[in-house]
Design a protein. Structure first.
Length: 273
């Protein structure tokens, strides 16, 4: 089966190869909830989606007060005030929100969606990602996360259009995570040629592992606490009861909320390649 690789797919593979196989190769539907209480998790997901849409509208030129009038949610309103403080300086620079970028790595197609790309041809290019996590991931976890490794790599290989049709050099790239619940504690990662080569080899190795594994041979994760928050847990014989939302915050699963649903590319709009 041919498909575009993304950070969601690769993160699933790194978390549990069997989950990757079930979800993307076998396309197995298994309608179990990820955690309890369900309503709390649904609210978290919905709030994150609303906030991302508001940020996209802001960087599309809509007045922030008009955007805020669309919501009557105290948490999102608080996020919004802090967001405006952070985002104002970037709004005055060349930028594009919800950037769909594609590239080939090792002859395989990859896609990514940047929440915001701030660019200056021949100079600095900044990828910014909004996070609405309850907890702020450690810098070490962020540094090792597939999104941090893949997104600058994609911009290096597929970002010519934002650099006068010239390849963007690794040392011209910065990636920033901004956390709505920790607005004064963003995390910034400067890219480099050394990191680029390391990430390129890492991604190539992952793809080789996936492409050379036969169906039925993708192993279950050794970290069984992750199974508590996987909808395939009963299918894999690892319990039927979902983990609690409170316990979720104590585990290394900060990106779970954003991985429940794959991005519908048709909803992103017209974005140039």
């Amino acid at each position: 089966m041919k498909f575009d690789y993304s950070q969601n797919k690769l993160h699933d593979y790194l978390e549990c190869p069997r989950r990757f196989e079930l979800r993307y190769l076998l396309q197995r539907i298994w309608p179990a909830v990820h955690s309890e209480p369900v309503l709390e998790m649904e609210e978290q997901i919905n709030n994150g989606k609303i906030f991302h849409l508001m940020a996209q509208q802001y960087f599309s030129g809509i007045h922030p007060d008009v955007i805020l009038m669309q919501v009557e949610n105290e948490k999102i309103s608080t996020w919004w005030k802090e967001f405006l403080r952070f985002a104002e300086s970037y709004n005055n620079l060349p930028h594009q929100s919800e950037v769909l970028i594609s590239s080939k790595i090792n002859n395989k197609s990859f896609i990514g969606v940047f929440d915001l790309l701030v660019y200056s041809p021949g100079e600095k290019n900044t990828i910014i990602d909004w996070k609405t996590n309850h907890l702020r991931p450690s810098r070490k976890n962020l540094e090792q996360h597939i999104q941090t490794r893949l997104y600058p790599l994609l911009l290096t290989s597929g970002g010519k259009q934002w650099n006068n049709n010239n390849e963007i050099q690794p040392d011209q790239i910065e990636m920033i995570y901004w956390f709505a619940n920790y607005p004064d504690e963003p995390q910034s990662f400067l890219y480099s040629e050394q990191q680029y080569q390391s990430d390129l080899n890492f991604i190539k190795d992952l793809i080789n592992q996936i492409e050379t594994t036969n169906l039925g041979d993708f192993p279950l994760t050794d970290h069984q606490n992750r199974c508590n928050y996987c909808n395939y847990r009963s299918l894999c014989g690892r319990g039927s009861k979902p983990g609690s939302a409170e316990e979720l915050d104590t585990l290394d699963l900060e990106f779970l909320y954003e991985e429940i649903e794959e991005i519908d590319m048709k909803q992103i709009g017209d974005i140039a390649f």
